[in-house]
Write a new protein. Structure first.
Length: 63
């Protein structure tokens, strides 16, 4: 599971990632973006794309 959160998200907190990580049954990779709000896909598009690509490469059968 890939969890993504900006640390200044006005609608969510890093605590939500903690809860998800505790309750998920498999491996978890966290991407916390400092200074990023609720929309990392637009606020930090390049960083998020690299993080997703890196995560996908680590998956079984990843490219």
């Amino acid at each position: 599971m890939l969890l993504v959160q900006g640390d200044v998200d006005q609608y969510g907190t890093l605590d939500q990632l903690d809860v998800a990580q505790r309750h998920l049954g498999g491996p978890v990779h966290r991407v916390e973006r400092p200074g990023c709000g609720h929309w990392p896909h637009t606020e930090r598009a390049d960083e998020l794309t690299r993080a997703i690509a890196g995560f996908a490469r680590r998956l079984p059968g990843g490219a």
